[in-house]
Design a protein around this ligand. Structure first.
Ligand SMILES: Nc1ncnc2c1ncn2[C@@H]1O[C@H](COP(=O)(O)OP(=O)(O)OP(=O)(O)O)[C@@H](O)[C@H]1O
Length: 216
């Protein structure tokens, strides 16, 4: 599965409704940017979709969810933990298999940090940590990418490099982005969220950044 069709999505905090009820249908091949001002509900919507599609997706959460005590290799390897038997995962913790070592190294190279394979995650910069979470999602290789501000800590050229990789590797995606130009360049459908509702839903080529800025 890569696309999904969900309805009746709602979320509340402390009795206050912050999402929905709304429906969201994403077809295979749609690369969706979720845009909208801070607090509109983008992260909550991504969490809701993830709760429904679960293991069928590759997730990059805003808070990253890395294990600081482990090197980069192991954090990326975690993307496939549920695909291997326990003995394989246990052995990989002590002495990783060469096939996994080389595929994770190649992935880090594509993301511009090949030399960090064995670096403890705790000693990485914010942008490097963000790319480890992205590498973990790519390594998981699910049909659907769910990503919450995946390039917020990256400078211009690196943000483009990473968005390009994500576009190439995931035909179907939902990505919360605060950068409207990145949304228009790398996604083919734009969904604008306002007060927990869909306020805009349009093909990228029919929109300008000014159309999207009206949401802010
Ligand atoms: N754990 C929580 N407890 C209480 N309220 C929350 C919680 N998480 C989110 N909210 C509220 O839900 C609303 C939507 O938040 P959400 O994080 O989904 O917005 P967002 O569009 O992703 O914002 P940002 O762009 O700043 O990440 C906000 O009003 C926020 O205060």
């Amino acid at each position: 599965m890569s696309g999904f069709d969900l309805s009746g999505l709602t979320a509340s905090f402390g009795g206050e409704r912050v999402i929905g009820p709304l429906s969201l249908k994403v077809n295979d091949g749609e690369q969706v940017a979720l845009v909208g001002k801070s607090g509109a509900g983008k992260s909550t919507l991504i969490r809701l979709v993830h709760e429904h599609v679960g293991r069928e997706s590759s997730l990059v959460p805003q808070e990253l969810g890395l294990v600081n005590a482990l090197p980069v290799f192991h954090n990326v390897f975690m993307g496939q933990l549920d695909r291997h038997p326990t003995w394989y995962n246990t052995l990989s913790l002590i002495r990783p298999f060469s096939a996994d070592r080389s595929s994770i190294k190649a992935l880090l190279k594509a993301l511009g940090m090949p030399e960090k394979l064995w670096t403890p995650t705790a000693s990485l910069s914010g942008g490097q940590r963000q790319r480890v979470a992205i590498a973990r999602a790519i390594y998981r290789n699910a049909g659907l990418l769910l990503a919450d501000e995946p390039v917020s800590a990256l400078d211009g050229p690196l943000a483009h490099l990473v968005m390009n990789e994500l576009k190439k590797r995931f035909a179907t995606s939902v990505i919360a982005l605060h950068d409207v130009d990145l949304a228009l360049k790398y996604c083919n459908r734009i969904i604008g969220i306002q007060d927990g509702q869909v306020a805009l839903d349009e093909h990228s080529e029919r929109l300008t950044s000014a159309d999207i800025m009206a949401l802010y």
